[in-house]
Design a protein around this ligand. Structure first.
Ligand SMILES: Nc1ncnc2c1ncn2[C@@H]1O[C@H](COP(=O)(O)OP(=O)(O)OP(=O)(O)O)[C@@H](O)[C@H]1O
Ligand SMILES: CC(C)(CO)[C@@H](O)C(=O)NCCC(=O)O
Ligand SMILES: [K+]
Length: 248
């Protein structure tokens, strides 16, 4: 990527196309001035229609290949792909969101780093001090688990996620679904965290993604000592994009 802005304060935009939403950020140089999410649909953000925004460099990364086709033809767009990410051992189908989040987390919290991204899919992605990808895991996110139960059964409704940890032993359907999903997800995540710290005792762990706040509040209720050692940062992917943009 060629450096487009010699002046440190020049504005630029970042767009991460996720499976549920578009995640936008506006930067002035290294400073993030605004971040927002919008629902998916072709053209994206009406603000881009304004002449001023069309002149600003826009860095786009996507985990939805079909969405990329639209943005490729946009003026001033630079597509971010895997070969630009300075991590070792990346496999050819690794999600660009996972690679960027690990890069951004390492750049802001240090290495080794484990990112837990509570998005449409819940992913864990680790990298060591040499910025070598250790690997990770993918499973359905909280919302997707709820939806799949509702879609695959006759009697189960699509229920909301509680903001606080629900009781474990449920006596109604809604609470039973909440309990089942939340306690198994938290047990699974904590199991990965402990395995991570066994291998990397000084390794950092950062939570991100649309469900980060919920996941963190469940973690605080269930495992307060673990929660103290875990950070929450909504902008890891943007820090990863910033790392690429500013270092070129
Ligand atoms: N306003 C919202 N709209 C949609 N999902 C939301 C919203 N607020 C929180 N969420 C939660 O965010 C999760 C989706 O996360 P996110 O928006 O990071 O997904 P995404 O766009 O697919 O990104 P990623 O590709 O990182 O998974 C869902 O499980 C949902 O519970
Ligand atoms: C797992 C998701 C969907 C998470 O957004 C994305 O990172 C992706 O499409 N990844 C490709 C598969 C992989 O990372 O191994
Ligand atoms: K798919």
């Amino acid at each position: 990527m060629k450096r487009q802005h010699d002046k440190k304060q020049n504005p630029w935009l970042a767009l991460m196309i996720g499976n549920s939403r578009l995640h936008w950020a506006k930067f002035n140089g290294a400073k993030l001035v605004e971040a927002w999410d919008i629902e998916h649909f072709g053209a994206g953000d009406e603000r881009l229609a304004s002449g001023e925004w069309k002149k600003i460099p826009l860095y786009v990364a996507s985990v939805v290949p079909s969405e990329m086709i639209f943005w490729q033809n946009f003026p001033n767009v630079k597509i971010i792909n895997r070969d630009q990410i300075p991590l070792k051992g990346i496999y050819s189908s690794l999600g660009i969101d996972r690679a960027l989040a690990v890069l951004g987390a390492g750049a802001t919290s240090g290495w080794p780093i484990l990112v837990i991204d509570g998005g449409t899919a819940l992913t864990l992605t680790g990298a060591d001090e040499q910025r070598q990808l250790i690997g990770g895991a993918i499973f359905p996110g909280l919302k997707l688990q709820i939806k799949s139960l509702a879609q695959g059964t006759a009697a189960l409704p699509e229920i909301p996620l509680p903001s606080q940890l629900p009781p474990r032993w449920a006596l109604d359907t809604k609470s039973a679904i909440q309990s089942g999903i939340i306690y198994t997800v938290m047990a699974g995540i904590v199991n990965y965290m402990q395995a991570w710290w066994r291998e990397f005792p000084k390794g950092q762990i950062v939570l991100t993604g649309g469900d980060r706040t919920l996941l963190f509040s469940y973690l605080e209720s269930l495992f307060p000592d673990i929660a103290k050692k875990v950070k929450v940062d909504p902008h890891l992917i943007f820090w990863g994009i910033r790392d690429l943009v500013m270092s070129h």
